[in-house]
Design a protein around this ligand. Structure first.
Ligand SMILES: Cc1ncc(COP(=O)(O)O)c(C=O)c1O
Length: 363
C-alpha cells in the first residue's frame, strides 16, 4: 500500500526524541501557557522571519482571531478564493464580514492578481491569499494592490510551512499570517494546533489576549475572547519537528521532481513552480481527464489519493444562503480534474515509480 501522508514513517524517524520530549512535559506538571509554548513561538517566528508568533488551537482559530484582531466585521468585505479549505472563508463570515471570491491562476491554483482589482469596493478591508498546496501566491502583485487600496493582507500559510517567495518565507510578507499544525501538514502536531505570525506588536498582543478568553491579567478581561491555546505538549513536539522541516521539505521537492519526470510524457498536467517561488509540496496535485476513473484504478492498486477540493466553497450547502450567484471559471473548471497523489518525505524511488507506472497504465 502506498500511503497518502506517511505519518507512521515520520514517527519511525523521530520516535526516541518525541518520547523523551513528551515524557519531559508530562513530568513537568505544566500543560498550558508555559515555557514550551514560549520557546516554540520564538523559534517559529525566527524560522519564518517575523517578529512575533502566537500559538493557538488550530489553523482555523488562527484565521478567526487574525480577522477579529484587525477589527474586520459587520459591513466589511474580504477578498479571497473559493478553491481552498473551508476555514479560509469561515473566518470571514464568523466575524460578520462578507467573503468576495476571486478566481484563481490556472497554473498555481492561487488567487489570480489580475482578477483582484475588479472585485474591490468601498467596503473591502483585506485580502486573504492562500499558498495552496505549498505553492506561494504571487505576493508582490498582491501587496502592490493592497497598498494602493489600503487593505490588509492576511496570508493563509496553513499548507506552506517553509515555502519561499522571492527568497522570503511565506508568512513573513503580509500584515499577519496563519498556519495550521494539523498532523499531516509539513509541520504537524499530534493533534490540532495553529499559529498566528506578525511583525506588529500591538496585533500580536491583542491575539495573545483573544486566545486566552480576552484576559489581560487574572480575572481581568479586555476583549471577548475564546479558549484557543497551543498546548505545551504540542509546542514541545513541534519544536522537535521544526528542526527537521527544511530537510523534509527538501525531500518533498525531490519527490515532486521525480514525479514530474516520470509523468512528463503522460496526458496529465503536473504542478507549476514559478521562478519566484519555492514550492514545498504539501500536496502534489495533477490534473487529468476522467479523474474519477484514475482515482478508482489507483485505489485498486493500493495507491491512496485525495481530492483537494472537489466542491468550491461558494457551492457548499453552508454558503448557499449567502447568495453567491457567481461564476468562477477556473475554480469551477478544475474541480473535476484535480487529483492529489501520495506525497510525503518518506516516499521511496520505488514508491514514486509504482505510482507513476500505475497512472501510465490507467491512461
Ligand atoms: C488552506 C487552509 N486553511 C486553513 C486550514 C485550517 O487549519 P486547521 O485544520 O488546523 O483548523 C487548513 C487546514 O486544513 C488549510 O489547509
Amino acid at each position: 500500500m502506498i500511503e497518502f501522508a506517511g505519518l507512521q514513517r515520520q514517527y519511525n524517524e523521530i520516535e526516541e526524541q518525541i518520547e523523551q520530549t513528551v515524557s519531559r512535559v508530562l513530568k513537568s506538571g505544566w500543560f498550558i501557557l508555559g515555557q514550551e509554548l514560549e520557546k516554540f513561538e520564538r523559534e517559529f517566528a525566527g524560522y519564518i522571519g517575523a517578529k512575533f508568533a502566537v500559538g493557538v488551537n488550530s489553523g482555523s482559530d488562527a484565521l478567526l482571531l487574525a480577522v477579529q484582531a484587525l477589527g474586520i466585521g459587520d459591513g466589511d468585505e474580504v477578498l479571497t478564493v473559493s478553491h481552498t479549505f473551508i476555514s479560509t472563508v469561515d473566518c470571514i463570515v464568523r466575524n460578520g464580514a462578507r467573503p468576495v471570491f476571486v478566481d484563481i491562476d490556472p497554473d498555481t491554483y492561487c488567487i489570480d492578481p489580475l482578477q483582484i482589482e475588479k472585485k474591490i469596493t468601498k467596503k473591502t478591508r483585506a485580502i486573504i491569499p492562500v499558498h495552496l498546496y505549498g505553492n506561494p501566491a504571487d505576493m508582490s502583485s498582491i501587496i502592490e494592490i493592497a497598498k494602493k487600496y489600503n487593505l490588509y493582507v492576511i496570508e493563509d500559510a496553513s499548507q506552506a510551512h517553509g515555502a519561499k517567495y522571492k527568497g522570503q518565507r511565506v508568512g513573513s510578507i503580509g500584515d499577519v499570517s496563519c498556519f495550521s499544525f494539523y498532523p499531516a501538514k509539513n509541520l504537524g502536531a499530534y493533534g490540532d494546533g495553529g499559529m498566528v505570525v506578525t511583525d506588529n506588536n500591538e496585533l500580536s498582543e491583542k491575539i495573545r489576549k483573544l486566545r486566552n478568553y480576552g484576559q489581560s491579567q487574572k480575572n481581568v478581561y479586555d476583549f471577548i475572547g475564546i479558549n484557543s491555546r497551543l498546548d505545551e505538549i504540542h509546542a514541545a513536539v513541534l519544536s522537535v519537528k521544526l528542526k527537521y522541516l527544511d530537510k523534509w521539505n527538501e525531500c518533498r521537492r525531490k519527490n515532486a521532481g521525480r514525479y514530474n519526470e516520470l509523468l512528463s510524457e503522460l496526458p496529465v498536467v503536473t504542478p507549476v513552480e514559478k521562478k519566484s517561488a519555492e514550492h514545498v509540496y504539501h500536496l502534489y496535485v495533477i490534473r487529468c481527464g476522467k479523474r474519477d476513473n484514475l482515482r478508482q484504478y489507483l485505489l485498486q492498486h493500493n495507491i491512496h489519493t485525495q481530492i483537494h477540493y472537489p466542491v468550491p466553497v461558494h457551492k457548499q450547502k453552508a454558503y448557499r444562503d449567502l447568495g453567491f450567484d457567481i461564476r468562477l471559471a477556473v475554480t469551477e473548471g478544475i474541480c473535476d480534474e484535480i487529483l492529489s497523489l501520495p506525497m510525503h518525505p518518506w516516499l521511496s524511488e520505488a514508491d514514486i515509480k509504482t505510482v507513476a507506472d500505475a497512472v501510465k497504465s490507467a491512461m
